[in-house]
Design a protein around this ligand. Structure first.
Ligand code: ADP
Ligand code: MG
Length: 693
């Protein structure tokens, strides 16, 4: 049978089952079935009996007889069917909650059956829920490992349980033709990978565990290789096709700023990133760059200088931030740093008065405004730019893909794009995930910073925590105290914050101490007012919700107290901690929690106390939460990999990335590798980032 043949022609399938295979598992061809891998094997050399079962036993195949069928009604349409199964060495109870009628029709007491499933111990009694069963026939299987496939209830009823699927694959593995090798020969040799057809056979019917492992390795490699190829090819393709504005030379604004205005010498990492951006901008390609840099690494200044490159090229530039507080802060920073250069900077946020908004939009449309800072308000349809040369997205992980994409569309040719993020995901993963973006990294903090010292404290030690805070404030420093709010918009939650404020004020009485409150329900003016007072040192403590989580920059603040810290995720804790340690003074982060912490909460807190490295924290986060919760991953297709795991197979992720990089470097259009090109053009994975720009 040929790989591309319709599965209906495989012996034992036929039209009815073919239909079930198509609807349940998207299996249409012979090759599709071969690519439906077993998730486990039963080692038939270790023949199991009920007496040999242990708590560690996974899937087993048992041979014996059933007796004592009983049906218990569980409500109107539901029933539970049980039966005793014995093989002479012991007894195991079989249980069904669904499809009971179908099972009852097939169970013949006191005739030999094979059952297959995972045994569990329940009140000292072995049970197996929804086992697969079949009459035991005399034919002994010659194979050493029996593959176990995932199936659905519908499949079982169509006679496509795992045993029957195994019969189909057994037949197929022996007869299939037309499976072609899809990896380049040099790569197969270099990594000593099994040939494709051998791997596909062995993953179903291995001779040994070592062979099974080799088959899995080969197929994982293939999976990751093509994932990378998809992404990276799309990037190159875009580079070659997309026309970007050309900013040929560094102009007077950038130079004057660099000579006269720059508040401190750039770190080497900052310089490198600006150079990378500058190189992109003069090529004629449209830049699509991700800037990763830990909290406090100085991304804002880099963004500003890149914006000046755009202005020097005769274009506007805009920066979008996820919160009004952050947008407002950037706006003021830019106003301050650009003073005297004759650059028009404006702020566009949702809470402006309609008349002001209208005026600013006019300025943006006419080109009168050079630099526009704003929030989501920037992507409204009513905003149009005269000539937008660069878009910077700050804290990009806070925006949805669509939101970002709407900014790209606001100018033609499309603007250059710089998205900035403080490492919400591990580096190698980011490079994979954003494989379609070019990646710049600021891996160095400005000089004179010492790492924030982090402590875990519980309620009984609050007085000590607050007296420490007092000492810091008396020495001229400032502090944040952050409360978790589940829904920033809910009135009820604000109550917690108000209680917190009252408690804090009882320790820090007026007028000696000024305590302010910051949360999402304040108006933009109130927020700006409170931020400004804090910035100027007029308030000593800011009691806040997570509205200050990202971006806020007040270098004189040296203490971050996080209340109910167990309720925050790791990346949130890291972001919050990043609000301190931004100046020369030693800074502190104190994680307040209740006494008895759940295991993962404790691990989060311990991780925070152990490291300030954003990459390490991102890795711990990935390990603790699992990849499913990482933002951006769902959309990436990475979670849909069949065999490879982006967490456990990280080294292979990195290897395949490098290999694909090198391959595309020498053959960017894949003209020397026509079969690879064909392969990815066919694949449905061709997605996401390529479409954004
Ligand atoms: P983030 O990368 O988290 O956005 P910011 O851009 O807010 O960081 O910068 C953090 C702090 O470091 C700010 O107070 C900023 O003024 C300061 N900073 C940035 N670059 C430098 C530098 N090269 N030397 C000293 N301080 C710097
Ligand atoms: Mg920032």
């Amino acid at each position: 049978m040929n790989a591309t043949d319709d599965i209906v022609y495989l012996k034992g399938v036929g039209p009815a089952r073919a239909k079930v295979l198509a609807t349940e598992l998207h299996i249409h061809t012979a090759a599709d079935l071969l690519l439906h891998f077993p998730f486990r094997h039963i080692d038939l050399s270790q023949s199991a009996t009920i007496a040999t079962l242990t708590a560690e036993t996974n899937y087993v195949l048992l041979r014996g007889t059933v007796s004592n069928l009983q049906t218990v009604s569980m409500g109107k349409f539901r029933e539970r069917l049980t039966a005793d199964f014995t093989d002479g060495t012991g007894l195991i109870q079989l249980v069904w909650f669904a499809g009971t009628r179908w099972v009852r029709e097939r169970l013949r007491p006191n005739t030999p059956f094979l059952i297959m499933g995972k045994p569990t111990l329940f009140n000292g009694q072995w049970q197996m829920t929804h086992p697969e069963l079949e009459p035991a026939t005399a034919d002994a299987t010659p194979m050493k490992f029996l593959p176990v496939y995932s199936t659905t209830e519908r499949m079982k009823q169509a006679g496509l349980g795992t045993r029957n699927l195994a019969r189909l694959t057994e037949h197929l593995v022996g007869s299939i033709t037309g499976i072609e090798e899809n990896l380049p020969a040099d790569i197969i040799a270099k990594y000593q990978l099994l040939p494709r057809i051998d791997a596909l056979r062995a993953i179903h019917y291995p001779d040994s565990l070592a062979q099974l492992d080799a088959a899995r390795q080969r197929l994982k490699f293939e999976e990751l290789f093509f994932f990378q190829l998809d992404y990276q090819y799309a990037r190159i393709d875009r580079h070659m096709r997309s026309q970007g504005r050309i900013f040929a030379t560094v102009g007077p604004l950038f130079n004057r700023f660099y000579r006269e205005k720059i508040p401190f010498p750039l770190t080497d990492a900052q310089k490198r990133v600006i150079r990378e951006v500058r190189n992109d901008m003069r090529t004629g390609h449209q830049m699509n760059r991700l800037l990763q840099g830990d909290v406090g690494s100085g991304k804002t200044l880099v963004a500003l200088m890149c914006m000046l490159l755009s202005l020097d090229g005769g274009c506007q530039a805009c920066l979008m931030a996820p919160t009004e507080i952050l947008a407002t802060q950037h706006y003021h920073t830019f106003l301050r740093l650009l003073e005297g250069l004759g650059i028009q900077v404006e702020l566009l946020i949702g809470s402006l008065k309609p008349a002001d908004k209208r005026k600013i939009k006019q300025h943006i449309a006419s080109g009168q405004t050079h630099i526009i800072v704003g929030t989501h308000a920037l992507i409204e349809d009513s905003v149009s730019f005269a000539n937008l040369g660069l878009v910077v997205i700050d804290e990009q992980h806070r925006f949805g893909v669509q939101q970002r994409a709407r900014l790209w569309a606001k100018s033609s040719p499309p603007p250059h794009i710089l998205v900035m993020t403080a490492t919400p995901i591990p580096r190698t993963l980011a490079m994979t995930l954003y494989g379609d973006l070019d990646c710049s990294i600021i891996d160095e903090l400005p000089p004179g910073r010492s790492p924030v010292r982090t402590f875990h404290r519980t309620e009984p030690r609050r007085p000590l925590v607050f007296s420490f805070l007092k000492k810091q404030i008396d020495a001229g420093r400032q502090a944040y105290i952050v409360y978790p709010l589940i829904h920033e918009s809910e009135k009820l939650d604000i109550k917690d914050l108000e209680d917190g404020l009252e408690m804090v004020q009882s320790y820090f009485p007026r007028p000696q101490y000024q305590v302010s409150m910051m949360h999402g329900q304040l108006t933009a003016e109130e927020k700006a007012f409170e931020m400004e007072r804090f910035k100027q040192g007029k308030t000593h403590i800011m009691v806040a919700t997570t509205v200050i989580e990202v971006g806020v920059d007040v270098p004189n603040a040296t203490v971050m107290v996080i209340e109910n810290a167990e309720r925050f995720g790791l990346s949130q804790l890291h972001q919050l901690r990043g609000r301190v340690g931004r100046g020369g003074e030693q800074s502190y982060c104190i994680l307040m929690t209740k006494d008895n912490l759940a295991n993962t909460s404790r691990q989060r807190i311990d991780t925070m106390c152990a490291t300030t490295d954003g990459f390490k924290i991102a890795e711990a986060d990935l390990r603790l939460r699992g990849p499913g919760d990482i933002q951006g991953l769902q959309q990436s297709g990475l979670l849909e990999l069949k065999l490879a795991s982006i967490v456990d197979d990280e080294p292979m992720v990195a290897t395949t990335r490098t290999e694909v990089q090198e391959l595309l470097l020498s053959d960017p259009t894949l003209q020397l590798h026509p079969h690879l090109k064909q392969y990815i053009l066919r694949s449905k994975n061709n997605m996401l980032w390529g479409k954004i720009s």
